[in-house]
Design a protein around this ligand. Sequence first.
Ligand code: CMP
Length: 150
Amino acid sequence: MSNGNPSLRDKTLAILKPDCVRKNLIGKVIAHIQETGFKINAMKMVKLTPDAAKGFYEVHSERPFFNDLIAYMTSGPCVPIALEKENAVEEFRKLIGATEPQKAAEGTIRKLYADSIQENIVHGSDSDENAAKEISHFFPRKELLEINGF
Ligand code: CMP
């Protein structure tokens, strides 16, 4: 956000996944995210239905792990968070680390807290285009902070 007006490049969607919620790590992970300079634009706790999870992860529908991924993502509540920071997608992916926690860099959220390639604590959008789609999957415009202006 260089000129005070957040652009598409300044947004990403995080999801604190069901393993994060089950392990009582919501507070620690949000603190980590905020300490790195991300601003929270919107946040809620939801339990995904199978249809909602399939819609969100449609891009992976042909992958061998798809059914397991849907079972995991619907196994308990999760916390989608719309985040804002300059170059948000790339900065957030750096913060969370590689999908597979053993390969994630030291100090990243997945290295610190994740157990496996599937149960990897947190999701982050992989492109600006997907960030916009994923944010709208969970949050209507009227729920976003910059629209409400608090
Ligand atoms: P995420 O970043 O949310 O994007 C897709 C998710 O699928 C990923 O995190 C993991 O939770 C899961 N995933 C990706 N690759 C694998 C894999 N090889 N085996 C099992 N689950 C995977």
